[in-house]
Design a protein. Structure first.
Lengths: 115, 115
């Protein structure tokens, strides 16, 4: 079975500073990787995904993530954060390549932007 | 509507009451998922439908939880004899189906509080 670890439960960052949110996964087979964002009182929204191909994927709102197979990581980065990026961020995996869309989520990282 | 719609958004139940949570997926989406999100945690998988067929119910925590999607569109999650540990946000998600983009589209959730 696959699993996801988000080691940082909370990350405070000053506005316009860079940020990296860490995600590591465990799986014995190839997985699809996702980052979702949850703004207060809203549903989960897809930020970006890795299915195959280029290991650097770009998403909405200036976020990007890099798939590293040898380190089983999929860290999320943004070079300059804005107040509006304050939210909960979830990393997730699926066995989509095997026709199984079920997502397994990490416990989330709360990103707080300091003005 | 254009997105996944869930109702009610908020439900308060007395311990022992039965509750029913409704999910209206995006039109034409084949797959439908239910997740449970406890406070401060990531979403946990409950069950999965492909059209009207319930293909995976491995995440349902007890036989008090029951889900259906009789016509392959709207789904209902029913919880019988609610307990305090059932308090959580219940998320519904839909997708085009396996072999497509891999993305799940989430509703805003139904927040259940059991007193």
């Amino acid at each position: 079975a696959q699993s996801v670890t988000q080691l940082d439960s909370q990350v405070p960052v000053f506005e316009e500073a860079p940020v990296e949110l860490r995600c590591n996964y465990s799986s014995s087979v190839s997985v699809y990787l996702f980052w979702y964002v949850q703004y207060p009182n809203q549903g989960l929204q897809l930020l970006l995904k890795y299915l195959s191909g280029s290991t650097l994927v770009k998403g909405i709102n200036g976020f990007e993530a890099e798939f590293n197979k040898s380190q089983t990581s999929f860290h999320l980065r943004k070079p300059s954060v804005h107040i509006s990026d304050t939210a909960e961020y979830f990393c997730a995996v699926s066995l989509g390549s095997f026709g199984n869309e079920k997502l397994t989520f990490g416990t989330g990282t709360r990103l707080t932007i300091i003005p | 509507g254009a997105g996944v719609s869930q109702s009610p958004r908020y439900k308060v139940a007395k311990r022992g009451q039965d509750v029913a949570l409704r999910c209206d997926p995006i039109s034409g989406h084949v797959s439908l998922f239910w997740y449970q999100q406890a406070l401060g945690q990531g979403p946990e998988f409950l069950t999965y439908f492909q059209n009207e067929a319930q293909l995976d119910k491995s995440g349902l925590p007890s036989d008090r939880f029951f889900a259906e999607r009789p016509e392959g569109s709207v789904s209902t999650l029913k919880i019988q004899r609610t307990q305090q540990e059932d308090s959580a946000v219940y998320l519904c998600a839909s997708s085009l189906g396996a072999g497509n983009t891999g993305e799940l589209f989430f509703g805003e959730g139904s927040r259940l509080t059991v007193l």
